[in-house]
Design a protein around this ligand. Structure first.
Ligand SMILES: Nc1ncnc2c1ncn2[C@@H]1O[C@H](COP(=O)(O)OP(=O)(O)OP(=O)(O)O)[C@@H](O)[C@H]1O
Ligand SMILES: [Mg+2]
Length: 327
């Protein structure tokens, strides 16, 4: 049996936050007796990720994704539970561990603002003791792939958000980490840059066999990169399995599309008995129908209407995830 690259068991993080009382008297009484609130950000989370896997970590805002990644990167101590990444306990901050993982926070900045990107990368390389020749080769290769080669001499402050994120990505990969935690690496990027970053990550994962745990609110990222997803909600794991199984498990409807002359003329009232009308045009009709009703509805449609073609599809994964988040 292979040892998992990441192994998490019962991981829990509770934040204690000071709750301000409203008004002046509240502020005064707060001086004497502070009221604290407990936020359970991560609750009894367990999972294992095998070496080389690229797993999507999904969940609505505030679900506990960043908190989990920060614990795995050793930036936060858990309240309870255990984790091992490459055999290390992250929050013990062993130097051996530091050299083997990287955390990229798409919302935050880790480069030196006043320096040209190249120098900032050189500083990063010095910290990890990367030989200049290796640095030169890696930076040339990655900046080419990410289409920022001509930006290396621009100071970080003057880079666009997308260019900066790409430089951050290069910086985080300089020491060739075996495990990569990516927290919204494509946030705020235009569609072209998102695609470039995605393809870069896919290739990196395939070639280097890097284990990657990735969060993103863009379903395209997840669909294109991750076979497996872990969905977390209110700090707890809600689903862990194949992305394709999410649809099977959680989509309660399918889409039926029919080609049918005069489709635009049918009233909603008449169509309501088949399902929810999603789209209606002169020659076609799309209905959302509960899974267990698909066969009888198809039969009825064929019997009742002048149908020339019929097609049954799954509801888009994006919509399924949206519904899970909205529960
Ligand atoms: N330092 C902190 N102090 C107090 N509460 C915190 C702290 N960091 C996070 N939290 C709370 O913990 C919960 C989980 O936050 P977290 O940042 O992990 O969510 P997330 O899944 O990354 O969300 P998003 O998709 O918005 O990035 C939230 O309720 C948040 O308010
Ligand atoms: Mg987050």
């Amino acid at each position: 049996m292979i040892t998992p690259a990441i192994e998490v068991s019962g991981l829990t993080k509770t934040f204690r936050t000071y709750k301000k009382q409203p008004g002046f008297s509240g502020a005064v009484s707060g001086l004497f007796r502070r009221k604290y609130e407990q936020t359970v950000a991560v609750k009894d989370v367990s999972f294992a990720i095998q070496p080389g896997e690229l797993v999507g970590f999904l969940g609505p805002n505030g679900a506990g994704k960043t908190t989990t990644l920060k614990m795995l990167a050793g930036l936060l101590y858990p309240t309870s539970g255990t984790a091992r990444v490459l055999g290390y306990v992250p929050w013990e901050r062993d130097d051996g561990y530091r050299r083997q993982f990287a955390l990229l926070l798409g919302q935050k900045n880790q480069l030196w603002w006043d320096l040209p990107a190249r120098e900032s990368l050189e500083l990063n390389a010095k910290i990890y003791g990367i030989p200049p020749a290796t640095l030169e080769r890696t930076v040339a290769e990655m900046s080419e792939l990410l289409a920022v080669r001509d930006k290396l001499n621009v100071s970080v402050r003057e880079l666009s958000l997308g260019e900066r994120t790409k430089m951050e990505l290069i910086a985080s990969l300089l020491h060739q980490p075996k495990v990569l935690f990516l927290d919204e690496p494509t946030i705020g990027l235009d569609v072209v840059s998102q695609k470039i970053v995605r393809e870069f990550l896919r290739e990196h994962n395939e070639k280097q066999k890097t284990t990657i745990l990735l969060t993103s609110h863009y379903m395209t990222d997840i669909q294109e990169l991750c076979e497996r997803v872990i969905i977390i909600d209110h700090g707890k794991i809600f689903f862990d399995g194949r992305l394709s199984d999410v649809v099977d498990r959680f989509a309660d409807s399918k889409l039926i599309t029919i080609q049918c002359e005069g489709a635009a003329r049918f009233s909603g009232e008449k169509l309501g008995k088949y399902g929810e009308v999603v789209a209606q045009s002169p020659g076609s009709l799309q209905l959302k129908v509960k899974r267990d009703r698909v066969i009888p509805v198809c039969k009825a449609l064929l019997d009742d209407l002048p149908v020339s073609d019929i097609d049954i599809q799954e509801v888009p994964i994006e919509e399924v995830i949206r519904r899970i988040f909205a529960r």
